[in-house]
Design a protein around this ligand. Structure first.
Ligand code: CP
Length: 308
């Protein structure tokens, strides 16, 4: 079975093929008749151990638009609450013979572990601070559609890089497609291994935003911070928030992105989030298309020759 566990390991040609396929899915989703039947008879289970608005709903819509039967496992009311382990839960669901499991979990490596234990395809919908591959793909599709290409662009990824699986997947993907990647973070939220990450690090928004083509903001993930350093919201916004004045340092036509959920007034000002340079709603639309492309690449037997 084929899996999508991370951007790491994908070839640039794999990524481009998925983006091309997702482009076609955007057109389909804009028609009044959105449904196809390529995945008719296939069963998709979404297993989300962490909260989600965008990823879970778009995986559900993506599966349904391709004709699959989609089941959302309600973890909050499942037997994990009675002490069942992740592996026992997954093995139990696997016995119901799904074709694909989409999993989000707080532990890095959870999706890869499952992939070794179940007899179906597995898609990583976010594992701890490790990877969120479909987010990076939808971000790349959004950028490619707005700018024409990714190679040669300067992308500034700003904020809580340390805790961000979105940042990690984007850094790998953007480098693979030839972008110049900067990360901007307070030193306390900069990963210690940043020098091995093929990025240019900055601890000042004023320095790092200069001349950027894309400004990608990250949510301050206070739920992943344990005591040592939790910045105050006011202090954080003052030094690392994106407001309209700071945005002027980037290129005039720079895109403003945020994977969501966003905290207005913490990492991004409302007028910037809703402003003319923001492509945050396009990102959400591309999310459904990218997930359709991934499901089809993994499950449609006609795509068997391709990697994903
Ligand atoms: N961007 C993202 O993963 O959003 P959700 O947590 O709402 O799925």
């Amino acid at each position: 079975h084929r899996h999508l566990l991370g951007i790491k390991g994908l070839l640039p040609s794999d990524i481009e093929t998925l983006l091309d396929r997702a482009d076609a899915a955007v057109s389909l989703s804009r028609q009044s008749e959105k449904k196809r039947s390529v995945l008719r008879g296939r069963t998709q289970i979404n297993l989300f151990f962490e909260a989600s608005t965008r990823t879970q709903s778009s995986f559900e819509l993506a599966g349904k638009r391709l004709g699959a039967d989609v089941m959302n496992m309600s973890v909050a009311s499942s037997s994990t609450k009675k002490g069942e382990t992740l592996l026992d839960t997954a093995t139990t669901l696997n016995a119901m013979r799904p074709d694909i499991l989409v999993i989000r979990h707080s532990a890095a490596g959870a999706a890869a572990l499952l992939a070794q234990k179940v007899g179906c395809s597995v898609v990583n919908a976010g594992d701890g601070a490790h990877e969120h591959p479909t987010q990076a793909l939808l971000d790349a599709l959004t950028i490619r559609r707005a700018k024409g290409a990714i190679a040669g662009l300067t992308v500034a990824i700003c904020g809580d890089v340390l805790h961000s699986r979105v940042a990690r997947s984007n850094i790998i993907l953007l480098n693979a497609l030839g972008a110049r990647v900067r990360v901007i973070a307070p030193s306390t939220l900069m990963p210690s291994g940043v020098s091995q990450m093929s990025v240019e690090p900055f601890t000042s928004m004023e320095e790092g935003l200069k001349g950027a083509d894309v400004v990608m903001m990250l949510r301050l993930q206070r739920e992943r911070m344990s005591g040592s350093y939790v910045p105050s919201v006011r202090e954080y916004f003052r030094f690392f928030g994106l407001d309209s004045e700071r945005l002027k340092l980037a290129k005039e036509d720079a895109l403003v992105m945020h994977p969501g959920p966003m905290n207005r007034g913490v990492e991004i000002a409302s007028d910037v989030a809703d402003g003319p340079q923001s492509v945050i709603q396009e990102q959400v639309e591309m999310g459904v298309a990218v997930r359709m492309a991934v499901l089809e690449a993994l499950l449609d037997p006609r795509q068997a020759g391709e990697t994903a």
